[in-house]
Design a protein around this ligand. Structure first.
Ligand SMILES: Cc1cc2nc3c(=O)[nH]c(=O)nc-3n(C[C@H](O)[C@H](O)[C@H](O)COP(=O)(O)OP(=O)(O)OC[C@H]3O[C@@H](n4cnc5c(N)ncnc54)[C@H](O)[C@@H]3O)c2cc1C
Length: 433
């Protein structure tokens, strides 16, 4: 089937939906979700979203982001992130997001490597609320259609420019012809044996970019979160114990009950020292202890963590949580400029699949949802400038289901082999396909 739309957006997380909401509402937008709409990493986000507290905090926020990123960040992108953070959080509130408040003010929490408390949150289920807020708005917009259980197989191209996508849907193949396409297809955690990500996040956008010679960058910048719940037996995604629990005072101990690191250092440093400690003590985990904190505070402020741990037989208010580092986030990705434009004409990328350069070599906690908001809006505003003067190019294609499925398999194999090269001796961290 041939489908015609002004904008095709691949991904139904924070970046895809916020981009869609910022496209002129007289334009038709189609959003794809590979599985059910809420099965994105956005839904899982716990800790919160960082924002400059006020104009005076912008420079310090930039410094913190650059320091965590080991100064490998693109400074002008970090400046955009910090300067546009206040406006975008306000927009999100305007769309209906209910952050936590204290004494009538937004309740700012702290996470590793932030000099001050500047993270807004909704208990420890910020991502779920962000998803629900944006989803409700998207559903209310007549110009936006979502296709669930629809997988982008490849891009449609004409004279080197993107003109839509080939998708697998309803056990058939559709051709979605679009003036502009935005890849908002998320991260790569599903390629790893141990990750906090949805298993479906298999770097499809990166595979498709590699195949089409679209510039990608910093593929080696992969973040391991220091504190995922340690579960030996599970092959499912690993449950995250948010950094904000450490931000609120929880402490790390080795299995001999000794402290070994400042919990609020950047993620890469804390993860390295946990691995070190595990080696020294011949253990597969260390402990994160919040049991000395006020029980009521934990239950109210971290209901998600409390419930998930309880389900697994751990009472966080009474005992330490076994934790270990696992893959969590991808700082590299499809290379984009400050308007999220890729090296292919008519193609944008935003969110975790893209590399704006804001995170450098190590993402500062809670900067990901913010990057998704700031840079997806920039993509949409850039698209809005020219969309009315552009035409859809209705190319004819004929790809059968079997062929589409073969392309999906080959996308997975190619992205896996690319990350094998990047990971070198750590390639055993990846899934076997
Ligand atoms: C457990 C956890 C906790 C986190 N906590 C925080 C936090 O507190 N603060 C913070 O800032 N960040 C946090 N992050 C990171 C953050 O949630 C993600 O980086 C961010 O949500 C990514 O948003 P996105 O829009 O790029 O992609 P996602 O939300 O992951 O969405 C990707 C979308 O792309 C679709 N897709 C993928 N491939 C295809 C394909 N081939 N065809 C069609 N559709 C496709 C998926 O179906 C999905 O809809 C956390 C991440 C995890 C996993």
């Amino acid at each position: 089937m041939d489908i015609y739309t002004d904008v095709l957006i691949v991904g139904c997380g924070v970046s895809g939906m916020y981009a869609a909401l910022n496209i002129n509402n007289n334009c038709k937008v189609v959003i794809l979700s590979k599985s059910k709409t809420d099965e994105c990493n956005t839904y899982l986000a716990q800790g919160g979203i960082s924002r400059a507290k006020d104009k005076d905090d912008i420079d310090l926020f930039i410094q913190d982001t650059m320091k965590a990123g080991k100064d490998k960040n693109k400074e002008e992108a970090v400046r955009v992130l910090a300067e546009e953070s206040i406006e975008n959080i306000n927009r999100l509130i305007g769309l209906g997001m209910d952050f936590d408040y204290k004494d009538g003010e937004l309740d700012y929490t702290r996470e590793g490597a932030h000099s001050i408390n500047r993270i807004v949150h909704s208990t420890d289920e910020t991502g779920k609320r962000v998803f629900e807020t944006l989803f409700k708005q998207v559903k209310n917009r007549d110009n936006i259609t979502i296709y669930e259980d629809t997988t982008l197989v490849d891009l449609l191209k004409f004279k080197g420019a993107c003109c839509g996508g080939i998708v697998k849907r309803n056990n058939g193949v559709d051709f979605i012809h679009a003036k502009y396409t935005i890849l908002a297809s998320g991260g790569i955690g599903g390629l790893f044996l141990n990750s906090t990500n949805r298993r479906t996040m298999t770097g499809d956008g990166i595979a498709i970019a590699l195949k089409n010679n679209i510039d990608v960058t910093n593929l080696g910048y992969i973040q391991f979160h220091p504190t995922a719940l340690y579960e030996n037996s599970s092959e499912e995604r690993k449950f995250l114990i948010s950094e904000s629990l450490r931000g609120e005072g929880a402490k790390l101990f080795n299995i001999n009950k000794q402290r070994f690191v400042n919990e609020l250092l950047p993620r890469d440093i804390v993860a390295e020292s946990i691995w070190d400690e595990e080696r020294k003590t011949d253990s597969s985990f260390v402990y994160l202890d919040a049991s000395f904190m006020d029980s009521e505070f934990i239950i109210n402020r971290f209901p998600g963590i409390y419930k998930e741990c309880k389900k697994r037989g751990i009472d966080v208010t009474n005992e330490p949580i076994p934790v270990t580092p696992v893959q969590h986030y991808f700082m590299g990705g499809i290379k984009v400029d400050l308007n999220s434009s890729t090296s292919m004409d008519n193609l944008y990328a935003c969110g975790e699949v893209s590399c704006t350069g804001v995170h450098g070599a190590n993402r500062l906690a809670s900067n990901s949802l913010l990057e998704g908001l700031v840079f997806s809006r920039r993509a949409a505003l850039d698209i809005n400038k020219n969309i009315n003067s552009k035409d859809i190019i209705p190319l004819k294609h004929n790809i059968k289901l079997k062929e589409a499925e073969e392309i999906i398999d080959s996308n997975l194999n190619s992205v896996l082999s690319e990350f094998k090269k990047v990971l070198g001796e750590k390639e055993h961290e990846l899934i076997n396909n």
